[in-house]
Design a protein around this ligand. Structure first.
Ligand SMILES: [Fe+2]
Length: 359
């Protein structure tokens, strides 16, 4: 695979975002109103926005349409056939697929109590009709901008994951490494009773932990012999580079300690901060064990794969040497060696581990 540099992926992100902007140049607005005249007035007012309009009379039709069409904004009346506008909003926000869909509620009923009720039901904006055309237009454009920004963040995050996989392929000669790492880390996290956010961070950390290697030259990353001290210095910088790449993404805040600290050692001889014992964030210690196990049990250009049992014994030796968490490693090993065939985790784990080093 061609060498990746820091500049190339950043340019790729820029190109992708440009493409995204072009593809989303025409936002889609769904009008939900039982009265045809109301829909026509809103459509005429917003005709200059360049939006595409979809129209339905009932909430049930709206739910059907939202399940099959990408929509950027829902504008609904407070009074609708079947369900009132508030209940419609509650159901939209309660559904994971539509919970981030912006909703503008329009009504001709005066009274702050209605406004409060509309907003507490989940509507993002509330306007009294007849609203001044320029006010309605400004609100709608502002909501569409916000939605586009949210979509862009999703896109950037998925690009980061793709880049991270490209780095792994270049480094470890297997695109499956990230998937296995995520799997092993999350399974260990489940055994430790970690909460959902931590499990999500482990899943993401499995893919992103080495993204900082994107800036490491091939001559160092794939060097056949020993690295000299200068080369090691560059290699070790991948944890800081990785943290810097992912820091702007708010959704990755829980992944940053994993990226920065996955090469610390229990006895304080690791890098970059020489943290010791429980000073090393738990999620980083979990991912590190999965990473070391996967490295031991996978074939690389310079070594053969160890069978699972031998890889486990090697992990235990690293505990004796003072490098790994002495409580987590036995838990990880027992998880891998579990013979309970009825356990979903056990079956999946052995299937996954078996895929690493089949003769
Ligand atoms: Fe690493």
């Amino acid at each position: 695979m061609a060498s990746l540099t820091t500049a190339a992926p950043l340019a790729a992100i820029g190109e992708h975002l440009e493409l995204f902007t072009v593809l989303h140049a025409q936002p889609t607005i769904l009008l939900v109103d039982g009265v045809e005249l109301n829909r026509r007035v809103v459509r005429a007012t917003l005709s200059g926005t360049g939006a595409r309009f979809l129209e339905v009379r009932r909430p049930s039709e709206a739910f059907e349409l939202l399940a099959r069409e990408p929509v950027d904004l829902v504008i609904c009346d407070m009074f609708l056939p079947e369900l009132n506008g508030m209940e419609f909003c509650r159901q939209l926000k309660a559904n994971r697929a539509t919970s981030l869909m912006p909703v503008l509620m329009l009504t001709s009923v005066q009274g702050s109590e209605h406004e409060v009720e509309g907003l507490t039901s989940g509507a993002d904006e509330y306007l009294l009709q007849p609203a001044h055309p320029s006010v309605l237009k400004a609100r709608v454009l502002s909501m569409l901008r916000h939605k586009a920004a949210l979509d862009s963040l999703d896109e950037v995050e998925s690009i980061l994951f793709t880049l991270a996989q490209a780095v792994e392929e270049r480094d470890k000669c297997t695109s499956d490494h990230c998937r296995r790492l995520s799997f092993f880390s999350v399974e260990l996290g489940i055994r430790l009773g970690l909460e959902r956010n931590d499990l999500l961070a482990l899943h993401r950390g499995g893919y992103l932990h080495d993204i900082g290697k994107i800036g490491i030259p091939d001559s160092i990353l794939n060097k056949a012999g020993q690295l000299n001290e200068d080369e090691w210095k560059i290699m070790r910088s991948h944890v800081i580079r990785g943290e810097e790449i992912c820091r702007p993404m708010k959704s990755l805040v829980n992944v940053l300690p994993i990226i920065r600290h996955h090469h610390e050692r229990w006895d304080g001889t690791g890098y970059p901060d020489r943290l010791k014992g429980e000073e090393i964030p738990l999620l980083a210690r979990i991912l590190q064990i999965a990473d070391v196990f996967d490295a031991l049990s996978s074939e690389r250009s310079y070594k053969k794969a160890l069978p699972i049992e031998q890889a486990c014994r090697q992990l235990e030796k690293e505990v004796e040497a003072g490098w790994r968490d002495p409580e987590l490693v036995p838990l990880f090993v027992s998880m891998l060696e579990s013979k309970d065939d009825t356990s979903r985790m056990s079956t999946n784990l052995r299937a996954m581990a078996g895929g690493i080093n089949q003769p």
